[in-house]
Design a protein around this ligand. Structure first.
Ligand code: TMP
Length: 208
């Protein structure tokens, strides 16, 4: 079996990430690869338990520091129990959000990027994706899609204000600019099939 790969999808609210994550797994399987979809926070039994703590309740339920630790703890479990074993066994793992979401969302709450990377080095032995696909839409479009989807059921993060979401998008853009080997920006506009084709194109050099 050929080598496994670890791919992540990132982006702000309402860019169609989860739909594209599913479509990407199907496209990889159509190429004869064994592909597995997972997500964060969550993806392993322990991490899903932490997800419930993180996603529910009042916006101020956790301090920013406690929240950063919970995301790092969930990720450590997910990496050790699910991601590393699958990649080592030759699978292509597609993860809906990963470390860059912590850098963007918890960074927007004042947590220092170096601290987040240090937690990741400790918890997940610094595992980085082979490629990160950052879905982008013009400002305002993602928020509108997320509001139409979630209505009054937005989770603790989606419920924050537009300055917060602008900061999230700016951090994703900064990461893409400074880590351009790993991170590719993908235009999330247009028909879903067109977006999936763009994702596959951005993986062309990794595909067997
Ligand atoms: P979503 O992926 O279903 O949109 O929900 C996940 C929410 O959790 C989203 O609002 C972003 C937030 N989040 C963080 O704040 N930090 C993280 O590390 C991750 C993975 C997600």
């Amino acid at each position: 079996m050929s080598a496994g790969r670890f791919l992540t999808l990132e982006g702000g609210e309402g860019v169609g990430k989860s739909t594209q994550a599913r479509a990407l797994v199907a496209a990889l399987e159509a190429r004869g690869l064994h592909a597995v979809l997972t997500r964060e926070p969550g993806g392993s039994e322990g991490a899903e338990a932490i997800r419930a703590l993180l996603m529910q309740g009042d916006v101020r339920r956790w301090s920013a520091h406690a929240e950063a630790l919970l995301f790092a703890a969930a990720r450590a479990d997910h990496v050790e129990k699910v991601i590393r074993p699958l990649v080592d066994a030759g699978s292509w793992v597609v993860c809906d959000r990963f470390l860059d979401s912590t850098r963007a969302y918890q960074g927007a709450q004042g947590i220092d990027d170096a601290a987040i990377l240090a937690l990741h080095a400790f918890g997940s032995r610094g595992l980085l994706p082979d490629r990160t696909l950052l879905l982008t839409l013009p400002e305002g479009q993602g928020d509108a899609r997320a509001r139409a989807r979630d209505g009054d059921d937005a989770d603790r993060f989606a419920a924050r204000d537009s300055d917060f979401h602008r900061s999230v998008v700016a951090t994703f853009d900064r990461i893409a600019a400074s880590e351009s080997d790993r991170v590719r920006r993908i235009d999330a506009g247009g028909a879903p099939e067109t977006v999936t084709a763009r994702l596959m194109e951005a993986l062309a050099d990794l595909l067997p």
